[in-house]
Write a new protein. Structure first.
Length: 300
């Protein structure tokens, strides 16, 4: 199937407060965000016309900007409204939404105090990252790239620059025939996938790494709340690579991945099972509920 380039599509993009035709949403080649990765973004999904956990994503976007040293010049209410508006403008009900905030062209140096902060929001139809037949499970390489120490990168933000490592790791995995990669952190502990959090089932309990150098994903927290409603014990702890052989099930969670079973990590093989299937089924039901009900069901 031929790829449709992202710069040549029909539709509309919300750009600095204005809904513009898709092909006209352009920036200059000397934009600071392009040269120095001074940008933050979100990945969101709309189901049946409602954007899942919209306010949580918007709040994280604003927080990510602050971590990178800038304020997005729109309130959370305005950003929420713009996300809803762009989905409607593109006549979509089930969609992926990508807000992105970045530094502009006023300065092109390491220092960028005088740059204007821009915000755009785009949306498009995008099914699950790994396809519809998810229960067969995906395969993960063990990446050679590591998640960095929080003192070497703004790991609590959804910063564009942090995803360069994920791209490198995923390309390396795909070259070996895997779907994606599992990443360790700088200590050699299990961290996450290239763009999704990871969970392991050990003796009927659900275990997941402590998010101290990678994002505590919004979908991660939702799936943990679903698991607890199922009376599963959920444990956040340090997980070492040699423990992966003992897991009975493994799955990834994230906005793009949703809930996706894993059938292989490096030399380790798994059979997607009942725990993953139950969580996937409940997640697929939850995301199509009304936002007020979603908030009630996922309250801490």
């Amino acid at each position: 199937m031929a790829l449709v380039p992202f710069d040549d599509r029909d539709g509309f993009i919300w750009f600095d407060g204005v809904m513009v035709p898709w092909r006209d949403a352009k920036i200059h080649v000397l934009t600071h965000g392009l040269h120095y990765a001074s940008g933050v973004f979100e990945g969101e999904r709309a189901y049946s016309g409602n954007i899942f956990k919209l306010r949580a994503h918007t709040e994280r976007l604003i927080k990510s900007g602050k971590i990178l040293g800038f304020d997005i010049p729109y309130s959370a209410d305005a950003i929420d409204a713009a996300c809803i508006e762009v989905v409607k403008a593109n006549d979509l009900t089930d969609a992926y939404i990508r807000p992105l905030a970045w530094r502009g062209t006023e300065q092109l140096s390491v220092s960028a105090q005088q740059t204007k902060i821009h915000l755009m929001i785009a949306t498009w139809a995008w099914p699950n990252l790994f396809g519809n037949d998810r229960m067969k499970g995906v395969t993960l390489d063990i990446a050679t790239w590591k998640r960095p120490h929080p003192e070497t990168a703004p790991t609590a933000s959804k910063a564009a620059g942090l995803y360069m490592i994920g791209t490198l790791a995923k390309h390396e995995a795909e070259a070996k025939g895997f779907n994606d990669a599992l990443m360790l952190d700088w200590r050699g502990q299990v961290a996450e996938g290239t763009g999704a959090n990871v969970f392991f089932v050990f003796n009927g309990e659900i275990h997941t790494p402590i998010p101290d150098c990678f994002l505590d994903g919004i979908t991660r927290r939702v799936v943990m709340s679903i698991a607890r409603r199922h009376q599963y014990k959920v444990v956040e702890r340090v997980i070492m690579p040699d423990e992966m052989a003992k897991a009975s099930e493994v799955f990834l969670v994230g906005t793009a991945a949703e809930v996706t079973p894993v059938r292989q990590i490096g030399p380790h093989h798994y059979t997607p099972g009942a725990v993953t299937a139950a969580l996937l089924a409940d997640f697929e039901t939850l995301v199509r509920k009304q936002p007020s009900e979603v908030e009630l069901l996922t309250a801490a």
